[in-house]
Design a protein around this ligand. Structure first.
Ligand code: SAH
Length: 238
């Protein structure tokens, strides 16, 4: 691996001549796992200032300092798309968070529905998974991970300008298609939404029921396949 292919997310501002501290975990990773040394170069991003090549100016097992010297990519606008999904068991939730980050969502909202089997998340863990996925897929931003919300509360405070596409496995809706507007996909739990839930959500003016194809998908597959449909577009021309 070349020295520049390590990409790390930092919370500090990134600008030329301004030292940026890394975390203790990053110091450990760079020093002990990747065996980097002072003077080596890595790539940094923080969700706001684009991507920067930076030199390690200080590296111990617990502390790392970066000196950004050149912007390698400007911060580019990303799709304004959320994933709302009925909370799954831990391994599947982890996978959905990782894949949704790779596919480009800006927010991940776990939802509690009538038939949802799980109610607890470790937000720090999910945020770490999203950061790692963004580092690996060369995204310049990390999606926001929200605490779980009950479905009725989510609907009651749904923002006025955002379309909500409900993944409905009954074969009556049209296929979900690319949307460039502010949007969100809502995927139900393993047992599906109840009729009462579907009626309640369907009454909402911004809601459209959509299909994800002929097969009945597992909930985690539906989240990933649905985002692929909703976000499928040509890459920006650089
Ligand atoms: N009703 C079924 C399956 C639920 S599938 C049951 O009783 O077991 C879990 C979730 O995935 C659904 O709530 C729906 O949001 C989504 N989903 C699965 N397959 C789908 C499809 N072909 N089109 C749209 N959504 C789908």
């Amino acid at each position: 691996m070349s020295t520049s292919s390590i990409r790390l997310f930092v919370t500090a501002p990134l600008a030329e001549g301004v030292n940026a501290p890394g975390s203790e975990a990053q110091a450990h990773y760079l020093a002990n796992v990747m065996r980097r040394a002072v003077g080596d170069t890595v790539l940094l991003f923080n969700g706001a200032d684009g991507e920067w090549a930076a030199q390690l100016t200080e590296l111990t097992r617990k502390k790392v300092t970066f000196a950004p010297h050149q912007q390698t990519r400007p911060q580019a606008p990303e799709p304004d798309a959320w994933l709302c999904f009925a909370l799954l068991k831990r391994t599947k939730t982890d996978m959905v968070v990782e894949k949704a980050t790779e596919l480009g969502v800006s927010r991940i909202q776990p939802v509690i529905t009538m038939r949802t089997q799980a109610d607890h998340v470790n937000l720090d863990r999910l945020r770490a998974i999203a950061i790692e996925a963004a580092e690996q897929c060369e995204r310049l931003a990390v999606p926001e991970i929200m605490p779980p919300m009950q479905l009725p509360a989510l609907m009651a405070q749904w923002p006025a300008g955002r379309s909500l596409f409900i993944a409905d496995e009954r074969r009556t809706a049209r296929l979900l298609r690319f949307s460039s507007a502010a949007s969100a996909l809502l995927v139900g739990p393993e047992g599906g939404f109840t009729d009462a839930e579907l009626a309640g959500i369907g009454a909402h003016p911004q809601v459209t029921r959509v299909s994800l194809g002929a097969q009945i998908l597992r909930a985690e597959t539906a989240a990933i396949a649905g985002l692929a449909l909703m976000l499928a577009t040509d890459p920006p021309q650089e």
